[in-house]
Design a protein around this ligand. Structure first.
Ligand SMILES: [Fe+2]
Length: 399
């Protein structure tokens, strides 16, 4: 009797079509990896990071090791990396990062990359000695293509590095290289007529598969405060094509904030930078035509003890120092309250957990103190963000 039940279950399972299995993709952006040989033992490098935006670049290898563990645990069909692979385009960093991708592929997930604005022809690529720095070699588009030969497949002879990942019969991901690096890397990105021709041709041959596009620069504006140089030029043309061919989702990065923007049936999911707390990555699932996007963060289980709390403290310290320095004519007591508030706000916004419907932000005593600082750049940023709609920036479901 028991054997018969098992046989019936096996027979029923065989009736389920193969494509009923969900397709799962991991996404990561703005790794800003730096090869250890370029900064090991350098106090100057740590000081340079301290003056920056909270990148935890001095722990690049620990972060990549943790990512490899996450991939091993989740076994996605692919890992997509949407640019800004390196700290500032150093060739040594690209080579070392490609080795990490090899290890990740050994776990069974194919890895696919596109460059960002910090990856190719970066004239300010630097290495650091204990107390001095030197220029180091960056990479040309050809060198980039050769270092990541196993992790991208742009057509031979093309200057642009766009290509399509065929994850399986159900999902394709056109990876659009919209960064501008001819004659030196630029911050902005551009969706050109050549991109439009290529994307349209790709979508015409999608063969019934769902298409999700990927770019480094943003397809849609995510905040008024960070719009210029973040939204790619020519985005309207890309949006039009997406609407015509029913492409519902673009995966981007660049802004370093975790944020989901929607316009006219198209979603642009900007992924928080992997290099800063809380070290975001995303899980994209396609099942029965429905896409779900869930932002995650690295698990402490795969990191050295206390890593995530130290990473948060590092980001808090950098934020607090910057805000304190920008506050004039306030008492020490108020400075502390205001710096603490702005730090909490900034970390919440960039990690994607700030919600404009949370009344506690405006009820906080520091809010009133900040309101009197109309000329302060931090207040201008916070007040602008507070006026915008910020709902769930970690999850979305797209039918
Ligand atoms: Fe970046």
């Amino acid at each position: 009797m028991r054997n018969r039940v098992i046989l019936i279950i096996v027979a029923l399972l065989a009736l389920i079509p193969n494509n009923a299995r969900a397709t799962r993709v991991m996404v990561v952006s703005d790794i800003h990896y730096m090869a250890k040989c370029l900064y090991e033992g350098s106090d100057l490098f740590i000081r340079a990071l301290r003056a920056g935006d909270g990148k935890l670049t001095q722990h690049s290898d620990e972060l990549m090791e943790a990512l490899a563990h996450e991939v091993h645990e989740r076994m996605p069909d692919a890992l997509i990396v949407t640019g800004d692979l390196t700290f500032n385009g150093e060739k040594e960093s690209h080579i070392a990062l490609a080795s990490w991708f090899e290890s990740i592929e050994a776990e069974g997930a194919s890895v696919w990359v596109i460059p960002g604005n910090h990856d190719i022809n970066v004239t300010t690529a630097r290495g650091f000695n204990v107390d001095s720095w030197y220029y180091t070699e960056s990479v040309t588009p050809e060198a980039f293509r050769s270092i990541y030969a196993d992790f991208m497949k742009p057509p031979e002879g093309k200057a642009n590095l766009s290509y399509t990942v065929e994850v399986n019969d159900d999902l394709i991901i056109p990876m659009l290289d919209v960064s501008f690096y001819q004659g030196g890397a630029q911050t902005f990105g551009m969706f050109l007529a050549s991109h439009a021709d290529w994307l349209e041709n790709t979508l015409q041959h999608a063969d019934g598969a769902t298409a999700v596009t990927a770019t480094h620069h943003n397809l849609l504006p995510h905040t008024e405060f960070l719009k210029d140089s973040f939204v790619m030029m020519g985005n309207e043309s890309m949006l039009n094509l997406m609407k015509i061919y029913g492409v519902r989702l673009n995966l981007s990065g660049h802004i370093h904030a975790q944020h989901i923007a929607k316009s006219d049936g198209v979603t642009d999911a900007a992924l928080g930078a992997f290099c800063t707390w809380p070290h975001r990555y995303a899980l994209l699932t396609l099942e029965d035509g429905t896409l779900t996007y869930q932002a995650m963060s690295l698990s402490q289980d795969f990191l050295p003890e206390g890593f995530l709390s130290e990473s948060r403290e590092w980001a808090e310290q950098i934020n607090r120092e910057k805000v304190s320095a920008a506050l004039e004519n306030v008492s020490d007591e108020n400075r502390e309250l205001m710096a603490d508030y702005a730090t909490r706000f900034n970390l919440a916004y960039f990690s994607g957990t700030y919600r404009s419907d949370d009344p506690s932000w405006k009820a906080d005593p520091a809010y009133a103190l900040w309101s009197a600082q109309k000329e302060n750049i931090f207040w201008q940023y916070m007040s602008l963000v507070m006026e915008e709609h910020n709902g769930d920036n970690l999850y979305c479901r797209i039918e």
